[in-house]
Structure formats: structure tokens, C-alpha cells
Design a protein around this ligand. Structure first.
Ligand code: TXA
Ligand code: MG
Length: 348
């Protein structure tokens, strides 16, 4: 299959989205930008389209998709028993990087929800995404537009790398703004529970609806206990090289990484470093990639996935990375880094 990439401009937005919407209505797939990461979209109400998404991504079909909506009518069309907290959150944060899990209505096929009775919903804050959904006239199911296991795509080029030949169209809306996936909150049970941290933090949410819980990470679950967001049990974001995080006080971390790098080099193993602007000059003789300034978390988040992809273009066999501590948005960044590192952490 030939994959057409169309660069979106103000002038061609309507016309291009109309072409793309036609594909969506025919049950085909279109990759599109959102404010978080690129999504791989198909008609959320068409089970064949959802099956195509799993096939194109190489994703296990028990891992449910997020339905993207453009207005509150679509919300009421697909969700049942909507609690008032959900409406409050929608009013405050939509369009935006918050996904809510609610009971689904029958029109949403189980192929879209991985067999669950609940559906994940969000209204993305991106003009291309909203126009595409509107013109399609249906909610669009979209996971991140990477092949399963790879870092989420933050540019149309990343999508092309992973999905060229597997889908008919990619809408290129330039680099995304946020760079890590939406916060997911489950509102289908008694206590609202965060299943995936993101740009919208627990504190932002509690300010509006009162106390919530945060789901334990997969690592702390006992054998046989299923994580609540099925996607959390799968291998994620992993670069080809072995990624190892080094935690501790900054100067100690730099020293530890340099010692580890020297040991590896002696064994003939190629090392690369993932760090911040504040320490780029402190790792002599190895390939270094900075994520930006330690003080600007937005910058770190928006560079993270493309940096992880870039390492695959180098001959690195082991990557050492600094850790990030700070506010709750840092937790969301660390959540992705820890998954990419399969939770390998060395204390400095
Ligand atoms: O920012 C985002 O959320 C991006 C953009 C494209 O919108 N999408 C995204 O989708 O990250 P994906 O498929 O990569 O991650 C969706 C996560 C998975 O971990 C999945 O298991 C969980 O949401 N999820 C979806 N529906 C669920 C449900 N009904 N119950 C629990 N978890 C659900
Ligand atoms: Mg994903």
C-alpha cells in the first residue's frame, strides 16, 4: 500500500481533512497529529477499522483504544452513566490532554475497547484532529501511531518510519506540542483513579473534583494481578540499546555515569548518554544527547521520544540516562523513561 503524506497548511486544512475523512468513513486508517503525540485513527464505531488498527501497529487486540471526539454530542453518543465529575473535567480540560474512562454505550464495538464494557474518550486540542473528526462525523479510535513497543511518534516523520506501506495516509501537522501521551483517569468505578500520568496532574484534577487515587505501577503488582489499563503491561518505548537510568544527587550521577561508561568502553561496548543541557559538557568521549534544560520540564517532555528514537540511528549498545525529579509533571516524564528502561535503575 502506498502511504501518502500530506503537509497541512491553513489553506489546505478543510480540503485535506475532507479527503482523509472519506477514508475514515470507508473504514480505512489515517494518522493525524494531536497536541500529545500522533494518533493512528480509524472509525471508532466500525469494528473492522479497529481490527485494522491492531494489525497495522502489531498491537495485541486486548489493549483498548482511545476514542477521540470533537464535541460533547459525540461524548453522549458513546458514553453511558456519565458522572458529574466527568462533565466538570471535560469543561475544564477539553479540548486537551486528558482521557476519561467511562461506561460505554452499545454502539461502541468491543473490538474498539479490547473487550471491555468501558471506553476511553478524549477531545484533542489540535485543529487538524478536530477538523478530521468533525468531517468524519464519527468518533475516531486512535492509539499512538507507532508500531507496538516503539517510542510514541512526535512528528509525521516518526509515523512514516513505523507505518510506511501499512496505512494510506499521514496528515503532517508538524511537531507536536506536549510530546507525551494524555493523562488517563478512570471514572467508571467508585473512586476516580489515574491509570497513566500526563501533562494534567493529579493536583489539577483534585482541585476540581476532590480526592482521587493513582493506580500502582505494573512493577508493584503481584503476579497474576492485572493492571487496570491493559496497555501498561506491555513493553514500551524501548530503544534497541539497553537503557539504564542513574538516580541520585546530580554531581554523583555524573560521576557514576562516567565510571560506568569507562567500564563498558573497556569491554568494547558502545555507550551513549541521555542528559540535560546543564550536564552535556560533563561526559567527555561519549555520544551525548541532551533533552533540554532541566528547569524546563515541557522541553524535556517534548524531546524525550525523538531522542529515544535517535539512539537507534547510532551504534550505541548501552545508554545511561539521568533521572528527573520535581513536580507531578516530572512523574509523568519518569513514568515513560522507566518503561523505556524496563525499570533498570542504578543508584549513584
Ligand atoms: O495522548 C494520547 O492519549 C494518545 C493520542 C493519540 O491521543 N493516544 C494514546 O493511545 O496514547 P494508546 O493506545 O497508545 O494508549 C491508550 C492507553 C492504553 O494503555 C490502554 O490500555 C488504555 O489507554 N485504555 C484504553 N481504553 C481503556 C479502558 N477502557 N480501560 C482501561 N484502560 C484503557
Ligand atoms: Mg501508545
Amino acid at each position: 500500500m502506498k502511504t501518502e503524506v500530506i503537509r497541512i497548511t491553513k489553506e489546505n486544512l478543510q480540503e485535506t481533512c475532507s479527503l482523509a475523512a472519506k477514508l475514515i468513513r470507508q473504514g480505512e486508517l489515517v494518522a493525524f497529529p494531536t497536541e500529545t503525540v500522533y494518533g493512528l485513527g480509524g472509525d471508532a464505531l466500525n469494528k473492522e477499522a479497529s481490527q485494522k488498527i491492531y494489525a497495522a501497529k502489531g498491537r495485541p487486540s486486548d489493549n483498548p483504544l482511545i476514542a477521540h471526539i470533537a464535541d460533547m454530542d459525540m461524548f453522549d453518543d458513546i458514553c453511558d452513566e456519565i458522572p458529574k465529575e466527568a462533565r466538570m473535567l471535560a469543561k475544564e480540560f477539553w479540548p486537551g490532554p486528558l482521557t476519561m474512562i467511562l461506561r460505554k454505550k452499545d454502539i461502541v464495538p468491543k473490538e474498539t475497547t479490547g473487550g471491555l464494557d468501558t471506553v476511553a474518550v478524549r477531545m484533542p486540542d489540535n485543529q487538524v484532529a478536530l477538523e478530521l473528526i468533525r468531517q468524519s462525523g464519527t468518533p475516531i479510535a486512535a492509539p499512538s501511531a507507532n508500531t507496538s513497543g516503539r517510542p510514541s511518534p512526535t512528528s509525521a516523520e516518526h509515523v512514516y518510519e513505523d507505518l510506511n506501506g501499512r496505512i494510506p495516509m499521514i496528515l503532517d501537522g508538524g511537531d507536536v506540542i506536549i510530546g507525551i501521551e494524555s493523562t488517563i483517569i478512570d471514572l467508571s468505578g467508585k473512586v476516580p483513579t489515574i491509570l497513566r500520568p500526563g501533562y494534567i496532574t493529579p493536583r489539577d484534577i483534585e482541585r476540581l473534583i476532590g480526592p482521587i487515587r493513582s493506580e500502582k505501577s505494573v512493577q508493584s503488582l503481584k503476579d497474576g494481578q492485572a493492571p487496570k489499563a491493559p496497555g501498561m503491561k506491555y513493553r514500551h518505548y524501548a530503544p534497541k540499546a539497553e537503557l539504564i537510568l542513574v538516580s541520585g544527587e546530580r554531581a554523583a550521577v555524573v560521576e557514576k555515569i562516567n565510571n560506568l561508561a569507562a567500564e563498558q568502553k573497556e569491554k568494547g561496548i558502545n555507550v551513549a548518554i541521555l542528559c540535560t543541557d546543564e550536564s552535556t559538557g560533563e561526559f567527555p568521549g561519549v555520544y551525548v544527547r541532551s533533552l533540554g534544560s532541566r528547569n524546563i520540564e515541557e522541553e524535556i517532555a517534548s524531546n524525550l521520544f525523538s531522542a529515544l528514537r535517535e539512539f537507534d540511528e547510532t551504534d550505541a549498545q548501552v545508554i545511561y540516562s539521568e533521572c528527573f525529579e520535581g513536580d507531578e509533571f516530572c512523574d509523568a516524564i519518569m513514568n515513560r523513561l522507566l518503561k523505556a528502561a524496563a525499570h533498570r535503575v542504578i543508584k549513584a
